[in-house]
Design a protein around this ligand. Sequence first.
Ligand code: ADP
Ligand code: MG
Length: 493
Amino acid sequence: MSHSSSLPTAKYEAVIGLEVHAQLLTKSKIFCGDSTEFGMPPNTNISPVSLGHPGVLPVLNKQAVEFAIKMGLATHCQIRPVSLFARKHYFYPDLPKGYQISQFDEPLCYEGWIDIEEDPKVENTATKRIGITRIHMEEDAGKSIHDLDIDTLVDLNRAGVPLIEIVSEPDLRSAQDSVAYLTQIRQILLYLDICDGNMEEGSMRCDANISIRPIGQKEFGTKTEVKNMNSFRNVEKAIEYEIARQIELVEAGGTVVQETRGWDAASQTTKSQRSKEQAHDYRYFPEPDLPPLRVSNNWLASIQAAMPELALDRKHRFVKEFGLPGYDAHVLTQERAVAQFFEDACSHLSEKTNNRTKLVSNWIMTEVMRTLGEKKITIQELNLAPQHVAELVELFATDAISSKIAKEIFPEVLQGKSPKKVVEEKGLAQVSDTSFIVDIVERILAGNPDEVSRYRGGKTNLMGFFVGQALKETKGKANPKVVTQILQERLDG
Ligand code: ADP
Ligand code: MG
């Protein structure tokens, strides 16, 4: 099916709610001590609990609960003092017990929200509040591997890895909204250090519930649920496709049927997987082997006290505290470690003015981030001390070196050397010594009589040529301001 741009999309509004599953970064599984290490040989992280043997008892992983509560607090949820686990029944080879332990009526977290920003790159951009219906805990299933012609193999290493499911209200109105929401959720998970957020590897997964309605109509339309999108790009494309498909269907006189559809990356379409009639009846019932999950006020308070500052708060603080433009603050707070690096570098500035902090920001956003991109590493893996960035910035801010030299010595600073040391060792300090520069200027003027007379005849943009010659003579060490000043005296005076 193709969707022509002549579709009457303007008559309709999309309504979208996302269900995000996030694998928690605990060392062991949610109900037993099996390791959660990724990439182990199949069926090595297993015990009778992961295998669903009869008679075994689940024991709840406290760390997993703390991680789930952190996510609840970060998304302004209420935390239920007593929540319940339930069995969700379905049959599938990767689910040996025949049920998944999940939460149903009384999830751990409920009634939260996050704000998504219209244009995150500017300060004071419009925001839109997206409700979080609930965040509940559950166990992951194993993995079926279908890539043999004759057999399906089952790897149960993933069975029992702790998950949280974050369910949004149907507050999203476009594919872009949905991606902005998902980006925020992922960033919060990463800031909290509770999930690695890797959609390609499946440690974060997203199902999109999508419906359309004529603009102005209050009631929601019938939704479809789209699964199987393993990247942000695919989420965006699948939602766009599904909205267009529903509009086209309705415009042609059809009706949307409630069904589960899968994103098919090969054809770039969504395809029906199962309709409402084939929908599972999970026959939820309370999990008899687990006591109610109790969260005491003390426990909650201690988790609250250990919450890190989140990206948006940090962005606003960077604008206030360091005088950064909204764009810089946005870029620097995308990753917690980068934001921390910036703050650490600023703490080493001898003069903490907005000028200097902006220079630190510039240096990180250009030289440092380019290096990270080239080497495909994180800032933690980069052998660069924050105080060396402060030192480098102060060297050129005080005209001790030119910014050209600063860039030139950066590779050596990345070897762990102090910029001051490199400058001293190599004799790179910028020369502001007037008599030395006067000598050079005179030599250049004497050597270029034509240019001098053209300059005096009005071609003043030749100034750049003279300054360039002087810098070349001194291998970039002459202070360009002093050079320019002396040239002006000689040429104009
Ligand atoms: P179900 O009972 O089919 O699982 P839920 O009410 O639990 O549906 O909602 C699941 C997800 O679907 C939530 O994220 C919710 O916001 C979203 N949702 C519910 N109704 C609609 C709708 N009409 N259109 C789009 N999304 C919806
Ligand atoms: Mg549901």
